[in-house]
Design a protein around this ligand. Structure first.
Ligand SMILES: NC(=O)C1=CN([C@@H]2O[C@H](COP(=O)(O)OP(=O)(O)OC[C@H]3O[C@@H](n4cnc5c(N)ncnc54)[C@H](OP(=O)(O)O)[C@@H]3O)[C@@H](O)[C@H]2O)C=CC1
Ligand SMILES: Nc1nc2c(ncn2[C@@H]2O[C@H](COP(=O)(O)O)[C@@H](O)[C@H]2O)c(=O)[nH]1
Length: 328
């Protein structure tokens, strides 16, 4: 049996240090990834009910990182062109199927060099991802490549060695994920411990992906080795969020579905995601501001001035609830 100390976000509390700032507004939450610096170490998930072109533009214009999803394949090239014309960063996703190789070459031919490309597949520790990293680096050497998703140090090392500039860690901890139930595999229930395990092997940034349920979990992710976190559920259900809105017992709800769900795929084949309805949350900007303020508080409790203070704080393990209660 494999032995690793397992815990998840709800099992950990960070321990405060003496405060060094006079106001939380002095705490700097910015993070640098590649050639760009962003307001907070958070990126909304590259999923169809979380981001669309309008949200991407809003995020880019206001200093937030974004990753456009890959599910409207034909719109990706014009999207990169539009973002470049507007002077915004361009950040898209690709898969690993044959036509994606042609797409990368087309971007290079058109001299449309995305600032960031994320290789977005479920089981990222695979030759298909390694070959795609190498293909992107050959044709678009200046593009920052994020590869994933993975859940082991071996996978992080292999993708980094293949040329990935960052790896994305998280197999199955997502709110609309059913991978652990359908396959028995993944980091669902011990995502924070898996992050720590992977971060020890990493020499480049890690993006922790999935399982973030509270703003405090962002600080915990940074403590355990993430440079940035990818979040779906906390960004679902906003006024601007793509997807259907319904009224249930007088309460407005919005849909949030998995990228490997029947709703995304249009068929019941290799389904590893589900759809849920989340309460309407109001404008996206309110959540972004609240996240920034909560992180500023976290930095103050860490006894520092910026995110680096979070990487050194002590912590306690409160309990050990491996199973996080997700159901199909
Ligand atoms: N982070 C997570 O925990 C998870 C995320 N997802 C999300 O769902 C979306 C769809 O993912 P994915 O199905 O990978 O994308 P695709 O449907 O684009 O599949 C990518 C390629 O990988 C193959 N493939 C997929 N899964 C496996 C596997 N377990 N073993 C071997 N080959 C595999 C597929 O072939 P074939 O279909 O023929 O097997 C296909 O050729 C993505 O956005 C992904 O991020 C999905 C599950 C888990
Ligand atoms: N196993 C699956 N994981 C999925 C699917 N669609 C997206 N995802 C992953 O979830 C996170 C978001 O997690 P959250 O806890 O913040 O809501 C996302 O970034 C993907 O990595 C899916 O269908 N199945």
């Amino acid at each position: 049996m494999f032995e690793v100390k397992v815990f998840d976000y709800e099992d950990i509390q960070l321990i405060p240090n003496k405060c060094l700032i006079a106001s939380r507004s002095q705490a700097d939450t910015s993070v640098t990834l590649g050639k760009h610096t962003f307001k907070i170490p958070v990126v909304p998930a590259n999923m169809q009910t979380i981001i669309d072109e309008k949200i991407a533009e809003f995020l880019a214009e206001n200093g937030y990182f974004y990753i456009m999803h890959r599910f409207d394949e034909e719109t990706r090239l014009p999207f990169v062109r539009k973002m470049k014309e507007k002077g915004f960063i361009s950040s898209i996703s690709v898969g690993v199927k044959n036509y994606e190789y042609d797409f990368i070459e087309e971007l290079a031919r058109e001299n449309l060099i995305p600032d960031y490309i994320t290789i977005d597949i479920a089981h990222g520790h695979a030759n298909s991802v390694i070959e795609m990293i190498q293909h992107i680096k050959k044709h678009l050497p200046d593009t920052f490549v994020i590869a994933g998703n993975v859940g082991t140090p071996d996978a992080v090392r292999e993708l980094e060695n293949a040329g990935a500039d960052a790896t994305k860690v998280g197999i199955g901890p997502g709110k609309v994920c059913i991978t652990k139930i359908k396959t028995g595999f993944g980091t669902g229930g011990w995502q924070l411990a898996a992050l720590r395990w992977c971060a020890k092997a990493a020499t480049k940034p890690i993006i922790a992906d999935g399982g973030i349920r509270t703003h405090g979990d962002i600080a915990k992710s940074i403590r355990f080795g993430a440079t940035m976190v990818m979040i779906g559920s906390l960004f679902a259900g906003h006024e601007e969020s793509p997807g259907e809105t319904i009224e249930k017992d007088g309460i407005l709800m919005k849909e949030y579905f998995g990228s490997a769900s029947e709703f995304q795929k249009g068929e019941k084949k290799n389904v590893e995601g589900k759809k849920i309805w989340v309460t309407h949350k109001g404008p996206l900007v309110h959540t972004l501001i609240e996240m920034e303020q909560d992180l500023q508080s976290s930095i103050s409790y860490a006894g520092g001035h910026n995110l680096s203070a979070l990487t050194k704080v002590d912590y306690v393990i409160l309990k050990n609830s491996i199973y996080n209660g997700d159901v199909i």
